[in-house]
Ligand binder design. Structure first.
Ligand code: B12
Length: 374
């Protein structure tokens, strides 16, 4: 049995799709493209619906891949290899199914793109493929599409709807600008991806016309019709916290540099004199400031708290005590004393996270179907 195999992911209590997803995940763990493809081709031949293979098997396994990376059970290289296999399998299966089908009459034209700075193509690609399989004519623009390029493309191709994907919440301010630009063209915008959160609250705040939580829901929303919301102005919503958001981003470099210096002096055990450890810390602190900033942008402390839970799960298995993050939050409260909303967010989040000790699930990743590591 493989080291990533069923022992890590007990299949008990899973439905059929869950069990297939566990077997698929085993192949991903071995970067076994041929095995992964054969497994799903067989299932397809036995009558498994292609949409279920995409969403209940491949997407579900990718969530486990994320969890295994997050908890330091899989290296980043193993995650990359697994994702590469999923992309190849997805492309092959969808191409084969579409090739064998008589194309249904087009339901309409849609452009699917990842927002600027967003490198998670696979979630958007799954949406694009599900829509294609349901009969939409889809142009998939891929990762990180700059606003100007998107608008030029839309002018040239004139779709009915634009679908924007955002997996990381830190890209929401960019998403906001892109939504506004599309709306100024009179094009309705459907948004989704985990970065938009678990419901349509942030999508509405950022002026999108529609939101969907999954590819299936996206198809349903589109089948009902997406139209420009009439109660939205074409100038972006500006919240009181937006000026603090902007100031925080301006001070990003300074905040990170000061914290690295403080951690180097106060916590020699972190070994920040080593380039690799220092670089990782700079990256983590970048995420910290960016998630704090975006939680001000959408005026939602919960977004920051959810990020801190994630950070806890990432740092602890790598031997970095989460208390260093709590100390950093306290330090920022002092440094940023003249930003009242920022201080309020930091304080509320610090209180929520003090004493948090999520038990680590050593040796056992949640089974794919049961996982939601948003
Ligand atoms: C593969 C992967 C990557 C790959 C992406 C490659 C690719 N081709 O996509 C790479 C290596 C580039 C990557 C990079 C990073 N990643 Co990453 N990544 C993942 C991983 C493991 C899988 C993504 C995936 O395919 N998910 C599966 C799909 C199905 O996800 P889904 O969101 O459920 O998609 C559905 C809905 O959201 C919806 N939907 C999606 N888009 C849209 C659009 C519309 C319009 C609609 C209506 C619906 C919709 O429909 C989809 C299908 O039902 C996730 C784990 C996870 N939980 O997703 C982490 C994850 C998203 N990544 C994460 C992180 C931290 C990063 C990095 C910051 C890491 C780093 N140190 O650099 C960078 C950021 C890069 C960037 N700027 O975007 C974290 C995010 C944590 C957080 N707090 O937000 C996650 C959750 C991993 C984890 N568990 O910690 N990543």
């Amino acid at each position: 049995m493989s080291s990533s195999g069923a022992a890590l992911h007990p299949s008990d209590g899973l439905d059929e799709a869950g069990r297939l997803s566990v077997r698929y995940l085993e192949r991903l763990g071995e970067a076994d493209e041929a095995g992964a493809l054969a497994l799903l081709r067989d299932s397809l031949a036995q009558g498994w619906p292609i949409e279920s293979i995409l969403l209940d098997v491949i997407a579900s396994a990718q969530l486990s891949v994320g969890w295994l990376w997050q908890t330091n059970e899989w290296s980043v290289a193993r995650e990359h290899a697994a994702t590469h296999v999923s992309e190849r399998v997805l492309d092959t299966l969808v191409a084969e199914v579409l090739h064998q089908r008589v194309p249904p009459p087009s339901l309409g034209r849609i452009v699917v793109a990842c927002v600027d700075g967003e490198w998670h193509a696979l979630p958007a690609r799954l949406v694009a493929d599900v829509l294609r399989l349901r009969g939409w004519e889809v142009a998939f623009l891929g990762t990180s599409v700059p606003e100007g390029r998107l608008i030029t493309y839309l002018q040239e191709h004139n779709p009915q709807v634009v679908a924007l994907s955002c997996s990381l919440s830190t890209r929401l301010p960019k998403a906001h600008r892109m939504i506004q630009a599309c709306r100024r063209m009179g094009l309705p915008v459907l948004v989704g991806g985990r970065g938009f959160g678990p419901d349509d609250t942030w999508a509405r705040l950022l002026d999108a016309d529609a939101w969907a939580g999954s590819a299936r829901e996206a198809a349903q929303v589109l089948e009902r019709g997406v139209h420009p919301r009439t109660n939205v102005h074409t100038s972006p919503t500006v919240l009181p916290s937006h000026s603090e958001y902007a100031s925080l981003l301006r001070r990003r470099g300074e905040l990170i540099a000061q914290t690295v210096q403080r951690l180097t002096e106060d916590h020699p055990e972190l070994g920040l004199h080593r380039v690799e450890a220092r670089d990782r810390t700079v990256e983590d602190l970048g995420h910290l400031v960016d998630f704090l900033a975006v939680s001000l942008y959408v005026a939602n402390t919960e977004l920051f708290v959810r990020f801190l839970h994630w950070m806890h799960d990432v740092l602890e298995p790598r031997g970095i005590p989460f208390t260093t993050v709590l100390e950093t939050l306290g330090h920022y409260e002092t440094l940023l004393y003249d930003y009242p909303l920022t201080v309020e967010t930091l304080r509320a989040a610090r209180l929520r996270m003090t004493g948090v000790t999520r038990p680590r699930r050593t040796g056992r990743a949640p089974a794919p179907a049961a996982l939601d590591n948003h």
